[in-house]
Every structure is written in C-alpha cells, then in structure tokens.
Design a protein around this ligand. Structure first.
Ligand SMILES: Nc1ncnc2c1ncn2[C@@H]1O[C@H](COP(=O)(O)OP(=O)(O)OP(=O)(O)O)[C@@H](O)[C@H]1O
Ligand SMILES: [Mg+2]
Length: 285
C-alpha cells in the first residue's frame, strides 16, 4: 500500500501479511507510518494505491468488515463522564452481540462499574477499551500503541489479557515502541522504518536471524574482556560487550581471567531493532 500526504510519501509501497491466530507486533520508530497503516487497515483512511485485504475485504470499500474486527487506540476517546457500566452497555447495544455483563465479569470490572471513565487509572481505561472491543466479538483486534501510557504493571496485565484472548482464537496486530514488553507476547513481527517494511517474520526468526548466538555481556573490566574475547568477535555496544559464541565458552574465558560478570543476556528485540534501523526506538523519548 502507498499513502501520501500531499507530496510526502508516508507509506512507500509497503507489503506484509498477518497470520491468522497470531499476535503480530508492528514496530517502528516515531513517524515511520504505524498509525497511518493502522488507519488504512481500519478503513479510517483511504490508501492512494495498493491491494489491501483485511479478513479478505478492502476495509475502505467494505465497511462491513468492521463488524468482524475491533480497533483500539492509545487512549479511550469516549465521553469521560460516562460510567464504565453505561459505556459498556451502550457499546454492547451498538453491536448487539454479547451480554456486557459477561465482559464486565471477565475483565474484573465489577468494582469499577459505577466509576466515571475520567476517574479510572490509565491502565483501567485501556482495560475498559479492550473490554468494549470484545463486545464486537471480533476475529481480529488492531491496537495502536495500547500500552504507551501504562506503567509496567498495567502493561503486564494488559498483555496477559491479550495472550488470554489470543488463545481463544483472536488475531492481534499491535503497534508499540515498548519492544521489551512486546517481546514476551508476540508471535510475529512486522517492522516499519521511514514508510517501508524492513522485516516481517516469526518472532524467533527475527531475533535469531540477527543474533546468531549473539550474547551481550556486562563485566567489571570491559577493556580486558574485549581483549580476552577477541576470538569471539568481541565489540563494545554501549555499556555491553557483544560477542558471537556459546555462553559456556565465553563464561569460561572470563572466569579464568577472574573477571566479574555482572550480566549476560541474549540479543533481544530491542537489539534486533537497533541493527535493522540504525537507531533505538526508545531513543525518541
Ligand atoms: N494527516 C497527516 N497529514 C500530513 N502528514 C501526516 C498525517 N498523518 C501522518 N503524517 C506523517 O506521516 C508520517 C507517518 O506518521 P504516523 O503517524 O503513521 O507514524 P507513527 O509510526 O504512528 O509514529 P508515532 O510512533 O509517532 O506514533 C509522519 O511523518 C507524519 O508526520
Ligand atoms: Mg502512531
């Protein structure tokens, strides 16, 4: 798909697919085109060119596809003076599919049912947003940075809900900057940079392909470690030393030289991202 805003090309002939039943992370730096893509997929924006199919239909020409999917955003953009209960009952009556009472129970919102949306924490607002998305009984949920405003606990809780709903068969397409959080929940990754897709694969392949046995080590004497590990292609990466090799062999070398290992970890989604885009998404904050 291609999308221009005037002369500016926001999406430059991007192409990707999302596996049914997956939790696909859609990652990319600020301004790379994530929200624009999500708006096109949700039928809120018309692409200039492309063959776009969501659940087999072009979302712009077939607005009825919206009855099989839900879209959620970083914030709850609804009348804040409504109570949780009123909001969910109103939404349920629009879709006329599921009993809102079941959703209130399932999302443990009983205690908050009489609270105004404005009185909820950011975490609970997003929980309510996810609950209302469920009232459409969707096959697919598209989420644009749903955890951007949440603290780590709320993010964890939100991501656990996503995992649970996914096990029930709902496909998720979620954009985010918070890669280390996404890493734990997503099965697939689509990465966008400057309006182009730079990677699209299974999560394991994505990290593995980049890292081959890549390890990141934090030691008390990095200069010495760089010398000792030269046969493992050691190089300094920020505070870490990056090496390619087996964990046992590397630890052995450092132990023998009595260097203290503060931390050792495998390359993560953040590192793979950095490698593919040349900068870290979180540098933007
Ligand atoms: N309505 C618009 N008019 C003009 N330019 C736009 C419009 N919407 C988006 N853009 C531009 O298109 C590019 C992609 O924007 P988009 O919002 O899709 O990025 P994003 O990946 O969601 O970024 P962020 O991480 O900041 O949310 C940006 O350069 C943005 O300035
Ligand atoms: Mg955005």
């Amino acid at each position: 798909m291609t999308k221009r805003f005037g002369k500016y090309v926001a999406l430059n002939g991007i192409s990707f697919s999302v596996e049914k039943g997956s939790i696909t992370g859609f990652i990319g730096p600020n301004g790379s085109g994530k929200t624009t893509t999500i708006k096109v997929l949700s039928g809120l924006l018309k692409a200039d060119a492309g063959d776009i199919k969501v659940l087999g239909m072009n979302p712009w020409d077939n607005p009825e596809v919206r009855s099989r999917m839900s879209v959620i955003f970083d914030k709850l953009y609804f009348p804040q003076l409504n109570t949780v209960e009123d909001y969910l009952y109103d939404t349920a009556s629009l879709f006329d599919k599921l009993d809102p009472e079941n959703v209130i129970q399932e999302f443990e919102l009983c205690k908050f049912r009489k609270k105004k949306l404005s009185e909820l924490s950011a975490g609970y607002k997003q929980k309510v947003q996810l609950a209302s998305a469920m009232l459409n009984d969707p096959e697919l949920i598209i989420a644009d940075e749903p955890t951007a405003n949440l603290d780590p606990n709320a993010r964890n809780e939100f991501n656990s809900l996503i995992t649970k709903l996914n096990r029930r068969g709902i496909t998720f397409f979620i954009s985010s900057h918070i890669l280390s959080e996404l890493e734990r929940v997503i099965t697939h990754v689509v990465m966008i940079n400057k309006g182009k897709i730079v990677a699209s694969s299974l999560m394991n392949t994505f990290i593995g392909e980049d890292s081959e046995n890549k390890l990141l080590i934090l030691v008390d004497n990095p200069q010495e470690a760089l010398k000792l590990l030269s046969s493992f292609n050691a190089k300094a990466v920020g505070a870490y030393i990056e090496v390619i090799g087996g964990i046992r062999e590397v630890v052995d070398v450092l132990d023998k030289a009595k260097l203290k290992i503060i931390m050792i970890r495998r390359s993560s989604l953040d590192d793979a991202f950095l490698e593919k885009t040349g900068r870290n998404v979180q540098d933007n904050f």
